[in-house]
Design a protein around this ligand. Structure first.
Ligand SMILES: Cc1ncc(COP(=O)(O)O)c(C=O)c1O
Length: 402
């Protein structure tokens, strides 16, 4: 879809959805308005009944946000897109509009904490949820039921960086008339295009790579036009009430102009950091889909475009003498100078997260270790700095435990 389909990604991400505006402004104007005036009652009637295109009220649509939506739909190859005030708003709008009591869904057993929370609560609304290791297609097949409406997965698991096979999952879902919904936040275009791989719906926390500057919270859903009627009309507008603000839509539009350049640099830096980490004495193992040591390296090469493997690297510290693994990892984290100790990802600044001490602190040790979240695990979001400076920062942090 889109006006520049026969162009390369770097061109498309700049020009798609740009549209025309009354004064010929090159940058999309920010329409900071809650409501839209009608020429007459008749004009209002036509817009409300969708007989005539147009905006009626900011919760259901806004021209700045519409430009962002058109760009995202075009670059991911979807029919329609809808921007939300957060990634969680996008996810909740999908669940709350497409599911009803009596439906069954399969959700990955390792999901971002917020999505995990939503999946946890769906049974309260009469929706059955099976939590499955979705990286194993046979387990997914076995969990399918006649009332399975959708399979929900993340393209790359957090923080273990395992990969879901989108093509295989789409085939399983479609074989029984279900949908595949993929959270593509960790693997943005030009790296991964879930809809082109067979997914029905792709979504992002735009807070991360799509905006790419660490200064907003936002989300986007890309879906077939027919599904979007309810995702927007019921999920976003009525139940969740979480439209993207025009200012934030504008910031994401601006951020996306450099998406191609940024994602390639994030991936280049992550690859350099992953290779460097693999050679370090203090490191027990490195998890990065671009390394041949990653168990799904072959799948990653097939699924991700242009030799891009993402900006995230996880690794496990060895237990040094005279210190627990938790203590050693904490000491390394506290010694970092360029990497900021913070959650989130996809910012120009490199970030480091210690799952056992931060995001997964409340998860019982046995439970988190079963999914690979040990006391020695550190997750890095490699930013846009010089790769050698990032490696040097890690080197000086490791020196504190050796
Ligand atoms: C994979 C993934 N999906 C969804 C979200 C939620 O996005 P937001 O924080 O924009 O609501 C996050 C947040 O970190 C995430 O990592």
């Amino acid at each position: 879809m889109g006006d520049y389909e026969d162009h390369g990604f770097a061109t498309r991400v700049i020009h798609e959805g740009q549209g025309h505006n009354p004064h010929g402004a090159l940058a999309t104007p920010i329409y900071m308005t809650s409501t839209f005036c009608f020429d007459s009652v008749e004009d209002g009637m036509k817009k409300f009944s969708k007989e005539k295109p147009g905006f009626v009220y900011g919760r259901s649509g806004n021209p700045t946000t519409a430009a962002l939506e058109a760009k995202c739909a075009a670059i991911e190859g979807g029919e329609a897109a809808m921007a939300a005030s957060s990634g969680m708003g996008a996810i909740s709008s999908v669940f709350m509009s497409l599911l009803k009591a009596g439906d069954h869904i399969i959700a990955g057993d390792t999901l971002y904490g917020g999505s995990d929370f939503v999946a946890h609560h769906l049974p309260d609304y009469g929706i059955q949820v099976s939590r499955v290791d979705t990286c194993d297609s046979t387990k997914v097949k076995a969990a399918m039921k006649p009332n399975t409406k959708l399979i929900y997965v993340e393209s790359m698991l957090n923080p273990t960086l395992k990969i879901n096979d989108i093509e295989a999952l789409a085939k399983i879902a479609h074989g029984q008339g279900a949908m595949l919904v993929v959270d593509n936040t960790f693997t943005p275009p030009p790296m991964c295009f879930p809809i082109q791989l067979g997914a029905d719906i792709s979504l992002h926390s735009t807070t991360k790579y799509l905006n790419g500057h660490g200064d907003i919270i936002g989300g986007i859903v890309i879906a077939p036009a027919e599904k979007m009627v309810d995702i927007r009309g019921i999920g976003l507008t009525k139940i969740c009430g979480c439209p993207a603000s025009p200012m934030n839509s504008w910031l994401v539009l601006r951020g996306m102009k450099t998406l191609d350049l940024r994602v390639r640099k994030h991936c280049e830096n992550a690859m350099a950091v992953a290779k460097w980490l693999e050679a370090q004495e203090s490191v027990a193992s490195v998890f990065y889909p671009g390394l041949p040591s990653h168990p799904q390296h072959e799948l990653s090469k097939r699924q991700f475009a242009d030799g891009l493997f993402g900006g995230m690297v996880s690794f496990e510290m060895k237990k040094p003498n005279g210190m627990s693994r938790f203590e050693a990892t904490e000491r390394v984290m506290n010694s970092l100078k360029l990497f900021s100790v913070a959650v989130s990802l996809g910012d120009p600044d490199s970030l480091a997260e210690f799952p056992a001490g931060m995001t997964h602190l409340v998860v019982p040790q046995e439970e988190r270790e079963a999914v690979g979240i040990t006391d020695g695990l550190i997750r890095l979001s490699c930013g846009l700095e010089e790769a050698k400076d990032l490696c040097n920062d890690l080197r000086q942090a490791f020196s504190g435990i050796n």
